[in-house]
Design a protein around this ligand. Structure first.
Ligand code: 13P
Ligand code: SF4
Length: 333
């Protein structure tokens, strides 16, 4: 238990105490960032006001590259737990903070370490490729980590006859398998946000907007990918909307990415793909959206909650992430 300024703040949750109205949180965050030599890294799925205060906004690959290279003393991760954990593994001597330790990931949760160890045992002689959306324990059982930006290229870089275990996302795994024809066994995990999109409602939207292109993240289910004009990671989707000559897009991934799309192409029209349940905002990742400007302010101020991991686990997990970074560098990704 960490006791800060007599406040009973523990390291298990988040710091959400009220901030006096006279405090200009944005200014204070700027100042603290300077004074403490801290860097704020934010994922594309964060709320727009969080993205706007970050030093770097990017996808999972870009964020891990930034974490590995930064000379800041503190990394404040505006994202979910596995991302901050990856940053800590890559920069173990730095203080890595996450404004809410409850910011988990249903996909990472869908692959528990004990069950995965048993799965791995069933397939001896297989190379394990895991998506970065996994816990440190899974990374420690993995040969090469990948993200949605480099997954296809990493798998193509392996010898053609290599037998592969892919975890944990069944949709990304099936997509890669069908694109490469590789010998892959796939863990049966999924992201609750990307499995919520409704094909029927997307096609209805397409009827209303016949010129709109459908663009989708490969964590979406196959029927959505089959009707998509472009499939790729968040960075790939963003770049597509910048370089493509079209003017309207139905975007099948978490809705936070629309902020960068609108900033980069203010003249274009972006529509968030609708979920199956029209009464929910299920295309928002509830975990990503736990992070707020107020929590970032409190986290920077009290330097809590902090990501801590056992040295041995970090040392076991690091190799698979470093291998991904090395391959990505070679491939200029
Ligand atoms: P990318 O950041 O690789 O596009 O993946 C999205 C994601 O699901 C992160 O949680
Ligand atoms: Fe995890 Fe899905 Fe949220 Fe990404 S969008 S953090 S995969 S739950």
């Amino acid at each position: 238990m960490n006791i800060v300024n007599n406040l009973n703040i523990d390291n298990k949750g988040f710091i959400d105490m009220e901030v006096d109205k006279s405090v200009d949180m944005l200014e204070e965050i700027k100042q603290m960032r300077k004074d403490k030599n801290a860097v704020i890294l934010a994922h594309f799925y964060q709320d727009s006001e969080v993205q706007d205060i970050a030093d770097f906004v990017g996808d999972s690959l870009g964020l891990s590259q930034q974490a590995a290279e930064t000379d800041a003393d503190i990394i404040l991760f505006a994202g979910v737990h596995f991302m901050a954990e990856t940053a800590k593994i890559l920069a173990p001597d730095k203080k890595v903070l996450i404004p809410d330790l409850q910011a988990g990931c249903s996909l990472a949760e869908s692959c528990p370490p004990e069950a995965f160890a048993a799965f791995k045992k069933k397939y001896p002689g297989h190379t394990v490729i895991s998506y970065v959306n996994t816990t440190a324990e899974i990374k420690a059982m993995t040969d090469i980590i990948c993200t949605s930006t480099n997954a296809l290229e990493i798998i193509k870089s392996l010898p053609e006859d290599e037998k592969i275990i892919f975890a944990p996302d069944r949709n990304l795994g099936s997509y890669i398998k069908s694109e490469t024809g590789r010998d892959m066994v796939i863990w049966d995990g999924a992201c609750h946000v990307h499995e919520e999109f409704s094909l029927e409602r997307i096609l209805e939207l397409k009827k209303e907007h016949p010129d709109a292109q459908i663009i989708a993240h490969p964590e979406c289910e196959k029927p959505i990918l089959l009707v998509s004009d472009h499939i790729g990671s968040t960075t790939s989707l963003l770049n597509y909307t910048v370089t493509d000559s079209g003017t309207e897009y139905i975007v099948a991934t978490e809705s936070g990415i629309l902020h960068q799309m609108r900033l980069k192409s203010p003249e274009k029209h972006f529509i968030a793909a609708p979920p199956k349940d029209s009464t929910c905002a299920c295309n928002d990742c509830a975990f990503m959206k736990l992070i707020s400007v107020k929590k970032i302010y409190n986290t920077l101020k009290y330097e809590l909650p902090e990501i801590t991991l056992e040295q041995e686990l970090m040392d076991k997990a690091r190799g698979s992430i470093v291998r991904m970074l090395e391959i990505s560098k070679k491939l200029k990704m």
